[in-house]
Write a protein that binds this ligand. Structure first.
Ligand SMILES: Cc1cc2nc3c(=O)[nH]c(=O)nc-3n(C[C@H](O)[C@H](O)[C@H](O)COP(=O)(O)OP(=O)(O)OC[C@H]3O[C@@H](n4cnc5c(N)ncnc54)[C@H](O)[C@@H]3O)c2cc1C
Length: 322
């Protein structure tokens, strides 16, 4: 019996979301009186992995097959299933990020496991196994009891603190059968110099209030001085002012940065569903009645075209960039 935690990596670097999920998994293991183990697929240096022991994981199974350097949900699922079965894991934990959302349901089907996607707190394990999760785009909570032998949880990003202790993890190579992918990646074009939206600590986001794509320099300038990623509301992407991978919300990316600055966005429930777990929300809108102000920690009632250049200049001065 053990708790198995999926360690997400990109280009040989462990993703930030993994620290949180490792801390969470270690606590779940402690609650169950068992140990926390990790699984990582692809080539991540062993010293980087053993250092993850400080988040409470005792052992990390590494499948360092080169074919796993590129994410493929079907291939990853089969490999993780092999590790879970060999390790006798009865709880498997993912981050509810893009990769976790793609793997967790497939793994649940394969292992005949109950799955709760989008957990927001530690499970209650004293009487059964009950997990609290967001429902209705974050408007309510549901407590879901998993009755199957194997239980899978995916944790909403920014729901659990990263807990850093000491210690190192034992890194154990795992030899798995790795299927040839059904989909072949022909090329990967990465935007250079940009902060990836899903990993960003600070996000500056624009809505229809920006009036058109020609005005996006205002959003980009502020994002640049803050070292932030840029995002947008869905109509902005639908109208091709911005690429679709920047669209956040119910039908776009779900993000949970430390700071989300929403500019000229009304705050419809479908938009909030993707950003309402941000630690601090700042809203800039010229309409004092805009619904987004109800979800904001700080609000500026004003015209984006006046406010944005002033904030950008102020941040520049503060950072000595002026
Ligand atoms: C099934 C479904 C799924 C959806 N999924 C998503 C989703 O994932 N993400 C998403 O974003 N939306 C989604 N939507 C759309 C959502 O309901 C809203 O229509 C959308 O979020 C509105 O975008 P917006 O706030 O940019 O535009 P608007 O609603 O047009 O709001 C523009 C805002 O800008 C303000 N403004 C105007 N001029 C200025 C100015 N000069 N300075 C400052 N403020 C100004 C206005 O006061 C207004 O509040 C979905 C809708 C449905 C039905």
């Amino acid at each position: 019996m053990s708790v198995l935690i999926f360690i997400d990596q990109a280009d040989g670097h462990v993703k930030k979301a993994s620290y949180e999920v490792l801390s969470y998994g270690a606590k779940v293991a402690e609650q169950l009186g068992t140990t926390a183990e990790g699984v990582v697929l692809g080539a991540v240096p062993a010293d980087q992995l053993s250092a993850l022991g400080k988040y409470g994981v005792k052992k990390i199974h590494q499948v360092a097959n080169e074919a796993l350097n590129h994410f493929d949900a079907q291939v990853f699922t089969k490999v993780i299933a092999q590790v879970a079965q060999a390790a006798g894991s009865n709880v498997v934990i993912f981050s509810n990020n893009v990769d976790g959302k793609a793997i967790a349901p497939r793994l649940a089907a394969r292992l005949k496991a109950g799955l709760v996607p989008g957990a927001v707190t530690l499970p209650q394990t004293t009487n059964g196994f009950t997990v609290k999760k967001n429902v209705f785009s974050g408007k309510a909570f549901a407590n879901v009891t998993i009755n199957s032998d194997i239980k899978i949880i995916s944790l909403n990003p920014n729901s659990y603190p990263v807990v850093e202790g000491s210690g190192s993890a034992e890194v154990v190579p795992f030899s798995a059968t790795v299927d040839a992918p059904k989909v072949k990646i022909k090329s990967v074009n990465k935007a250079s110099g940009e902060v990836p939206l899903s990993e960003a600590e600070v996000v500056v986001s624009g809505g229809r209030g920006l009036k058109g794509p020609d005005n996006w320099g205002l959003i980009e300038n502020l994002a640049h001085v803050l070292g932030a990623a840029t995002a947008c509301s869905r109509p902005v992407a639908d109208e091709h002012w911005r690429p679709h991978h920047e669209h956040v919300g119910q039908t776009g990316l779900t993000i949970a940065p430390n700071l989300y600055i929403a500019v000229g966005i009304s705050g419809a429930i479908q938009h909030l569903a993707g950003v309402n777990r941000s630690k601090v929300i700042v809203v800039i809108n010229k309409d004092p009645e805009a619904p987004f102000f109800k979800a904001a920690d700080y609000g500026i009632v004003g015209d984006a075209f006046d406010v944005l250049p002033k904030i950008t200049e102020a941040v520049k001065k503060l950072k000595g960039m002026a």
